[in-house]
Design a binder for this molecule. Structure first.
Ligand code: SF4
Ligand code: MG
Length: 338
C-alpha cells in the first residue's frame, strides 16, 4: 500500500546573517496510516524544522526547501499557501508543546473547538457545539457539557493539553504532527495523554508523527523510529529495533544516557560527550565523527572524509561505516541495553 505521507530527499536551508544553515539534509521517510513514527534527536537536529516544512509553516522569505513531500498522493513541495492552509485545517493537524499559545484566552474552550469544525463541515452552531462537547468527552474531560463554556484559564495544565488535542482532532485529521506535546506535563498526565492519543489513533486510523527527545515517550507511543542527527537520518527501524538493538553509535549514546528505573542506583550514565555541531558549517564525512568513540574501529580517516549513506533493509538501517555485524557485536558487548 502507498504510505500516507512520503518524504523524499528533503533539504531545508535557512539564510541567516552568519550564512546558510543546513537544517535538514537529504531526509527521506514514510508514515503509514494507523502508525506512529517517532522522530528522535537532540535539539537542533532538524526534527521540528522537518515537520514545519511538511506543514508548510516555514518562512518562505528565508527558507529554501528541496525534495518531495507527498501527502496522500498530493505533492506539497511548492504547493500554494492556500492549498497548504486548507490541508492544515483538515487533512493535517498539529499539537505543540505550549498548549497555552494554541488556545486563545478570550474565547471559551468549546467555541475554539467548535469553530474549525463549523468552518470545515458547514455544521450549524448547535451541531458544532455538540461536537465540541463530544470531543471534550473523548479526551477525558469530566462533565464536558459544563466545561465546554469554560475559558482556558479555568482548566488545569493537563486539561488544557487535552483540550488542545480535542482541537487538533475535531476535523478528523488523517495526519497528526505532535511536537513534544507532553514535555511540560508531569509524568502521570503525560502517560494519560500518550495513551489517549494511542486510543484515538486506534479509533480513527490517523497517521502520527511524534517528535521527541524522550525515549520513554518513544517506547510508549511509537511504532517506527527515525533518529536524526545534524539534519540527517542516522538510523531508522521499528521501536523494538531502536530500543533493543540500535546500530548507530549516536543511538547508543542516546540510549545509554537515559536514566533507568531498574538500573542500580550507582549505574553510570554515559552522557554523549561533546555538543551537536553547528549547521552553518556541518562536519565533513560522518556528521557524528567529532563525538564518536568508535571511529577507530573504522580506521584511517574514513569517518572524517566519507559520508556514510543510509541503506535500508526492510525499513531498517544505520548511516555508519561500521559493518552491520560489528555494530551488533559492539552494542551487545560494550553498551548495556535498556
Ligand atoms: Fe562513528 Fe564513523 Fe559510524 Fe560516524 S561512521 S558513527 S564516526 S563509526
Ligand atoms: Mg524542537
Amino acid at each position: 500500500t502507498m504510505p500516507f505521507l512520503s518524504v523524499h530527499d528533503l533539504s531545508v536551508q535557512f539564510a541567516t546573517e552568519d550564512g546558510i544553515v543546513k537544517a535538514v539534509d537529504g531526509l527521506s521517510f514514510d508514515v503509514e496510516r494507523g502508525r506512529t513514527l517517532g522522530i528522535v534527536g537532540e535539539s537542533g537536529s532538524g526534527k521540528s524544522v522537518t515537520n514545519l516544512a511538511v506543514l508548510g509553516l516555514h518562512n518562505p522569505r528565508n527558507t529554501a526547501i528541496t525534495g518531495e513531500i507527498v501527502l496522500n498522493g498530493h505533492e506539497l513541495t511548492g504547493a500554494p499557501q492556500r492549498t497548504l492552509e486548507k490541508l492544515r485545517g483538515n487533512t493535517m493537524a498539529m499539537i505543540f508543546q505550549d498548549s497555552l499559545s494554541a488556545l486563545s484566552p478570550y474565547y471559551t474552550v468549546g467555541r475554539q473547538i467548535a469553530e474549525p469544525f463549523r468552518k470545515h463541515t458547514g455544521a450549524s452552531r448547535k451541531a458544532a457545539r455538540e461536537r465540541a462537547v463530544e470531543m471534550l468527552r473523548r479526551v477525558g474531560i469530566p462533565q464536558p457539557e459544563l466545561r465546554v463554556d469554560d475559558y482556558p484559564h479555568q482548566f488545569s495544565g493537563g486539561m488544557r493539553q487535552r483540550a488542545v488535542i480535542a482541537l487538533a482532532l475535531v476535523c478528523d485529521p488523517q495526519l497528526l504532527i505532535a511536537d513534544e506535546p507532553t514535555t511540560a506535563l508531569d509524568v502521570t498526565v503525560q502517560a494519560q495523554i500518550l495513551d489517549l492519543l494511542k486510543q484515538l489513533q486506534q479509533e480513527t486510523g490517523t497517521a502520527i508523527i511524534f517528535i521527541t527527545h524522550d525515549l520513554g515517550v518513544v517506547a510508549r507511543i511509537c511504532d517506527d523510529v527515525l533518529v536524526m542527527y545534524a539534519g540527517r537520518c542516522v538510523e531508522r527501524g521499528t521501536v523494538r529495533d531502536i530500543l533493543t538493538t540500535p546500530r548507530h553509535p549516536y543511538a547508543w549514546g542516546l540510549l545509554s544516557s537515559v536514566p533507568r528505573r531498574k538500573a542500580p542506583v550507582d549505574a553510570p550514565l554515559r552522557p554523549i560527550p561533546g555538543t551537536p555541531p553547528s549547521l552553518l558549517k556541518p562536519p565533513t564525512g560522518c556528521p557524528f565523527h567529532p563525538r564518536c568513540e568508535f571511529r577507530e574501529y573504522v580506521g584511517d580517516t574514513r569517518c572524517q572524509d566519507e559520508r556514510p549513506m543510509l541503506t535500508l533493509d526492510s525499513g531498517r538501517g544505520a548511516a555508519c561505516h561500521l559493518p552491520a555485524e560489528q555494530q551488533k557485536s559492539i552494542f551487545a558487548e560494550q553498551i548495556r541495553p535498556l
